[in-house]
Design a protein around this ligand. Structure first.
Ligand code: AMP
Length: 473
């Protein structure tokens, strides 16, 4: 029997039955490390991303520990909230809640999810009936706390999932406020893609003597992603997508853009040009977003144009290709974006379209990836005359040399380096993820406002999301 078999854990029968039904054969690295620790009741600080199996890593041991409270009573008082799972986005909350429901299906433990953009009434009714595991986005949870629908004084376990993204979106004051409602005696689990200074400070404020667990991105994911950076002027980018999709016979792809406005506009243009496209961004209603996601999952649409916030952590596996229509503002988002493809051993293609104005962003990305990036020219294969000659490699180098903030990419250096960005293997991904060093004070410390608020964060998504994109929105 494998060292990482679930049977080593002695999970209660209802939980191991659910796990067996899910078809899981062995634990993923984060599960093998985190489950035994959480079973002991220790706090955990875990560096792991969505796609590593972290939902089961925290929910299985929490459910196991809560089984002692399990009961079939219909009285709400017998089903107080004992575990709280906080996530940054509606889609993630929905996804995690669905998984928890599956793991708990043979127990009498109840779970529910609350997030903004949906009518509060059905959520209120569910909360009033009593739930042991509550999955929530921070803003909507505060609405329910204020309306006295959610009482959190019996919470024993808190999970701050995708904590780095919650801070990015500006949820720190909401998190502080929520945590102030919880009993001091509790187990706190924090999961984050990175351990930035902000995350470390959050952990030191709210976790007690945590066990740190770090898992690298699965090597199979990373090393099977073929990465290309093509120099393409903005006006030619849609054409580039169409050509690559056609030439490579790509059936489905994510197309990442940097702004909500650009997202909707690009999806409309691609659709007009005959590509079966939908958009996923924060300005869509919850219903529209879930529909878009569902249509993509069912294969009814070929291209899903998305912003980083909307797409982060979505459980969509085996997307054959990812296009970075815009070079991400935040270099770390490159890692998240291309993590959508090449999962589970499947090979994937990640194409980044680099325009001459992306010099600084590309320099940031080189710094993060710790290697030179080769920008390839893209030859268009149709006859249609174009306005510009796409000698992108030269354009890129010239811009780089003009701009002393950027690290110019020189052919000689590349030759000396002996590496090529188009090679599918990338040693960066075989290492545990390390954020770039930062000297300035954590933004949330400097800007942290008193934890007061009048209405839900989810009612004002624009301002929160705008914080990510600053002037571009
Ligand atoms: P997560 O990172 O928790 O979002 O999980 C990503 C995907 O991996 C989900 O679809 C899970 O159902 C799946 N998964 C989680 N644990 C395992 C496992 N031990 N074996 C196979 N698949 C798993």
């Amino acid at each position: 029997m494998s060292e990482s078999a679930f049977s080593h854990l002695s999970l209660a029968e209802p939980l191991s039955r659910a796990v067996a039904e899910m078809g899981y054969e062995s634990m993923t690295p984060i599960q093998a490390q985190a489950i035994p620790v959480v079973l002991t009741g220790r706090d955990v600080m875990g560096a792991a991303q969505t796609g590593t199996g972290k939902t089961a890593a925290f929910s299985l041991p929490l459910l196991q520990r809560m089984l002692k409270h399990e009961n079939a009573s219909t009285s709400p008082a017998r089903h107080p909230v004992r575990a709280l799972v906080l996530l940054p986005t509606r889609e993630l909350a929905d996804q995690v809640a669905q998984q928890i429901k599956l793991y708990a299906k043979y127990t009498n433990l109840r779970s529910a999810v609350v997030f903004g953009g949906m009518d509060m009434k059905p959520q209120t009714a569910e909360l009033k009936r009593g739930v042991e595991v509550l999955v929530a986005t921070p803003g909507r949870l505060l609405d329910h706390i204020e309306a006295k629908n959610a009482v959190l004084n019996q919470v024993e376990y808190v999970v701050l999932d995708e904590a780095d993204r919650m801070l990015d979106i500006g949820f720190l004051p909401d998190l502080q406020r929520i945590l102030s409602y919880l009993p001091k005696q509790r187990t706190t689990l924090l999961f984050s893609a990175t351990f930035s200074p902000e995350i470390k400070r959050l952990a030191s404020s709210y976790l007690q003597d945590p066990v740190t667990i770090e898992v690298s991105r699965p090597n199979t994911t990373a090393s099977t992603v073929e990465q290309h950076f093509y120099s393409v002027v903005d006006d030619d980018k849609r054409r580039a997508v169409r050509q690559i999709v056609r030439q490579r016979g790509i059936t489905q792809a994510f197309v990442f853009v940097n702004s909500k406005l650009g997202c909707a506009r690009l999806a409309r243009s691609l659709e007009r040009e005959g590509m079966n496209t939908t958009a996923l961004h924060g300005d869509k209603s919850q219903d529209e977003r879930l529909k878009a996601l569902d249509a993509f999952k069912k294969g009814e649409v070929d291209l899903l144009v998305a912003t980083d916030v909307a797409a982060r952590g979505l459980d969509i596996k085996d997307v054959p290709a990812v296009f970075n229509f815009d070079v991400p503002f935040n270099a770390e988002d490159y890692i998240h974006r291309i993590g959508r493809t090449g999962r589970a051993g499947a090979s994937g293609l990640a194409v980044t379209l680099v325009s001459p104005s992306d010099t600084r962003l590309m320099a940031d990305l080189e710094k993060l990836l710790k290697r030179k990036i080769e920008i390839e020219p893209l030859e268009f294969d149709d006859e249609r005359p174009r306005g510009r000659i796409n000698d992108g490699r030269r354009t890129w180098r010239e811009r780089g040399e003009d701009d002393d903030r950027a690290a110019p990419v020189r052919t000689e250096e590349r030759r000396r380096d002996g590496r090529s960005a188009s090679a599918p293997k990338d040693p960066f991904f075989d290492q545990p993820y390390e954020p770039p060093p930062r000297e300035e004070a954590p933004a949330w410390e400097a800007n942290a406002k008193p934890a007061t608020r009048s209405i839900s964060a989810n009612i004002k998504p624009k301002r929160k999301v705008a914080a990510l994109f600053k002037a571009e929105q």
